[in-house]
Design a protein around this ligand. Structure first.
Ligand code: DOR
Ligand code: ZN
Length: 478
């Protein structure tokens, strides 16, 4: 007689990155204990009948802004993590552009303790890679950041873009730590220059926001990031890829063996400049911008093929007031997404844009692999955390910003019809959402720690630490 289980999820259609099959899943002590025929499952304290439903690994969203500490009028760990639970997301990686930004161990610990007390889903916390904290990168890695974030383009919180010298030295340091660096790849000097010229010329539409950040702004930053990663051996991740013209550069550097992973967002596959006349342009204002409709096809194909590795959301809530203003240049950038990614992407899958297995790879397995969590998270195998989402692929719904758990109740997906809906989310075996009701308690979420492969630094003989010793706490005087 097998050991009793805490829970059996019975007779669902299990989807992994390689297969789809009918099975029951037994959960014990938060882990997947067995997968197989229902008759072979151990007796369980509780059963969930999943017949007619699909069982996917919980989504790992590697790009959310939960705004706490410092901007809790937009979101906090409680509302943000409830939004995640509602959307089938079981682990989030949270960005460092809060107030204070996560730039040293003290600010990391502050955010970690807030998240641990308030989140109902598991979480990783990014540290920032800035010009002024190179000496803090190793202590942050030791303290347990999931990885680092480099803002080459400007963002909420106005973190300045580091000089190329500091970026290269930062990559040298990260190449020896082995952690991945997520990069907002837009060139700040070009975009600020163009924005100033456009403003001075009185230009003020959604199209002008895009023109300030026209494709070359992304191409330059992508190319430089990959070049520096190749030179140093640093592992990098390109966040929110929006640009079809980036695709040949991504293939080129991947073929050269650079450890670069790439995410895109549902909005770049589904929304377009052509939809942005009038107030809709304000709602959709974000960075990098939503681009022309012709770019959607190539991006979707690159997602389907795996050239774009994964899907994330850049969940970036703001208040309705902040999403309004006299001029496009005054509108806060970004909008919520953590709870709408799964239904939007299931809808694309239902239309044949990519398979469900490929979706599962992009939403769960690829993030887990890239951040050293595979085996524990992002997969449905015995011994892994029982992070699961049950979805009803037949269910149609109409998205509505008013229904979001997020504080940011402005969404460009308002009124959109979707097919495929999460009906239960389990984090380490515990239902945190069931039938649209949040069951997850504050503090159930736990920090995840990356177990990356051994670092693979390159050109170590030219690294500044080799030549000059430890990196400076401050930029050198010039
Ligand atoms: O539109 C954006 N908003 N893009 C980003 O990269 C950051 C985000 C935010 O934090 O508001
Ligand atoms: Zn972001």
């Amino acid at each position: 007689m097998p050991h009793a289980a805490d829970l059996v999820i019975a007779n669902g259609t299990v989807v992994t990155e390689t297969a789809t099959f009918t099975a029951s899943i037994a959960v014990r002590d938060g882990l997947i204990a067995a997968i197989g025929a229902d008759a072979d499952m151990p007796p369980a304290a509780e059963r969930i009948d999943a017949a007619g439903l699909h069982v996917l690994p919980g989504v790992i969203d590697v790009h959310v802004h939960f705004r706490e500490p410092g901007m809790t009028h937009k979101e906090d760990w409680e509302t943000g993590s409830r939004a995640a639970a509602m959307g089938g997301v079981t682990t989030v990686f949270e960005m460092p552009n809060t107030n204070p930004p996560v730039h040293d161990v003290e600010t990391f610990t502050l955010k970690h303790d807030l998240a641990a007390a308030k989140s109902c889903v598991d979480f990783g916390i990014y540290g920032v890679l800035a010009e002024t904290n190179l000496a803090d990168l190793a202590p942050l890695a030791e303290a347990g950041v999931i990885g680092f974030k480099l803002f080459l383009g400007n963002t909420t919180g106005n973190l300045p873009c580091p000089s190329d010298g500091a970026v290269l030295e930062g990559f040298e340091i990260l190449s020896r730590l082995g952690l991945r660096c997520s990069i907002h790849a837009e060139n700040s000097p070009i975009l600020f220059w163009r924005e100033d010229r456009l403003k001075a010329a009185g230009r003020n539409t959604a199209a002008d926001h895009l023109l300030a950040r026209t494709d070359v702004v992304a191409l330059e930053a992508l190319s430089k990031s990959c070049l520096f990663a190749e030179w140093t051996g640093a592992r990098i991740h390109i966040v929110h890829e929006s640009c079809a013209r980036s695709l040949p550069y991504i293939s080129f550097y991947k073929e050269r063996g650079v450890d670069v992973t790439v995410e895109t967002l549902p909005q770049y596959l589904l929304l377009a400049l052509e939809d942005m006349d009038g107030p809709a342009g304000n709602v959709m204002r974000m960075n990098p911008p939503i681009r022309e409709r012709w770019q959607q096809g190539p991006l979707t194909e690159a997602f389907a093929s795996g050239l774009i590795d994964m899907i994330a959301t850049d969940h970036a809530p703001h208040t309705p007031e902040e999403k309004q203003g006299a001029s496009i240049w005054d509108i806060a950038c970004g909008f919520p997404g953590v709870e709408t990614q799964l239904p939007l992407m299931l809808t694309l899958a239902s239309e044949g844009a990519f398979s469900l297995e490929r979706y599962v790879q992009a939403s769960s397995a690829a993030p887990a692999r890239a951040w050293g969590l595979h085996g524990t998270k992002g997969c449905i195998t015995p011994g892994a955390d029982a992070d699961l989402v049950l979805v009803d692929l037949a269910r149609t719904e109409t998205l509505s910003a008013a229904r979001l758990q997020s504080r940011g109740k402005v969404s460009p997906f308002e009124g959109m019809k979707v097919k495929g809906w999460p009906v239960a989310t389990l984090v380490r075996g515990k239902p945190v959402m069931r039938d649209g009701e949040i069951l997850g308690e504050k503090g159930w979420g736990r920090a995840v720690r990356p177990a990356m492969p051994a670092p693979a630094p390159r050109n170590v003989d030219t690294q500044l630490a080799t030549l000059c010793g430890a990196s400076p706490a401050q930029a050198p005087a010039r």
